[in-house]
Ligand binder design. Structure first.
Ligand code: GGG
Length: 354
């Protein structure tokens, strides 16, 4: 009887450069699978995305979430099309996946690290003397992204639109518990909970109250609350609402050199639903098909997927190859280098094989 560990991975390249960087990530995954052995990734590709929408009027076929739920993980590229408003493409593809049947993927993990070989726009050294090394945790199912609101008096000068931010005690607590546990497992044991409750009356006030309650269960974690992110060098793990973390993680990615290297894991910590791994960046239609996209964010996301699937050795190999490649100056144009997507991917895959 074979003892090979099988992991079923749904692959959704999506739109724009999502197609190119997903191919790069799959190449790295196949390379590390051949090198390490003992496990097999069974990839099934799905054509969900803007092209399908233009052909059929829908980003996805019927029962697609049931189809996806039969996998162990989902690897996603990007969504977005110049001809389709973002609120349609995001609400037809990426957001339903994060809410996956029963609001399971409630944490979005977005690390930002200034790697050796990268010259970031701003230097913000940590107290330990190193460069910026953050883990941004984004609450992934509530806040302004809950889809509550409406429009009235459409087309009238007094037209009104509301976008209601939803915060539930269960939603906040399960997310912040994950945040405290993440901080507890890092050397500095420092958690920063982002809030803006001073100007609000309900939602973020509940957020602050729950944060204070959960903090009591983690006395070894130094939790501080910031109303404005003013001292980046004092931060380590950062927990923020869906909207705040979406914005702040783009900033963090830029501070670490480029959004082209920022990975993202949409995790279901209960493991009832497959978790979803994707680069933070979008479809970037301006550079699509030109072999210019940075494959690092997708390859780092692939490494995070391997770790989630329990393949730590393979995850480490991919991550270290990616770091060594950057250190050796093998960079795409967004990082000041000259390599194409193909060349940067090959450089990482060669290092995995070594
Ligand atoms: N690979 C992620 C992607 O396509 N992102 C597009 C986007 O705008 N996402 C918004 C979000 O992450 O909430």
């Amino acid at each position: 009887m074979s003892s090979t560990r099988i992991h079923k991975v749904a692959v959704i390249p999506g739109d724009g450069i999502g197609i190119e960087v997903t191919a790069a990530a799959i190449e790295a995954l196949k390379t590390v699978q051949a090198k390490v052995g003992g496990f097999e990734l069974v990839f099934t590709e799905y054509n969900y995305g803007s092209r399908l929408y233009k052909e059929t009027g829908s980003y996805t076929p019927k029962d697609w979430l049931d189809t996806l739920s039969r996998h162990d993980a989902i690897f996603f590229g990007a969504v977005g099309d110049p001809d389709v408003p973002d609120h349609i493409s995001l609400w037809q593809l990426i957001l339903p996946m994060r809410y996956m049947l029963d609001f399971f993927q409630y944490v979005n993990v977005r690390p930002s690290i200034v790697f050796e070989g990268i010259d970031p726009p701003t230097r913000c050294a940590t107290p330990a003397g190193g460069e910026l090394d953050w883990v941004m945790l984004r609450e992934n199912t509530e806040g302004e992204y809950a889809g509550q609101g409406g429009r009235s008096h459409v087309g009238h000068p007094h037209e009104v639109a509301t976008e209601v931010a939803i915060f539930s005690r269960i939603g906040i607590e399960r997310f912040l518990r994950f945040a405290f546990e993440t901080a507890q497992n890092r050397p500095r044991k420092l958690l920063t909970v982002v809030t803006k409750s001073n100007a609000q009356r309900y939602g973020l006030v509940l957020w602050d109250e729950v944060a204070a309650e959960v903090a009591k269960d983690f006395p070894d974690v130094d939790a501080m609350t910031v109303r404005m992110v003013s001292k980046p060098q004092t931060l380590d793990v950062i927990a923020a609402t869906n909207l705040h973390a979406d914005i702040l993680s783009d900033l963090a990615a830029a501070l670490s050199g480029s959004i082209g290297i920022a990975p993202s894991s949409n995790l279901d910590p209960t493991r009832k639903a497959p978790s979803l791994f994707e680069p933070v960046h979008g479809a970037a239609f301006d550079i699509m098909g030109k072999d210019l996209a940075n494959p690092v964010a997708a390859i780092w996301s692939a490494s995070e997927m391997l770790r989630w699937l329990g393949e730590d050795r393979a995850a480490d190999l991919v991550y270290e190859a990616m770091k060594s490649s950057l250190r050796a100056g093998k960079k795409t144009r967004d990082l000041g280098g000259t390599l194409s997507t193909t060349e940067a991917t090959k450089a990482i895959c060669d290092l995995i094989q070594e």
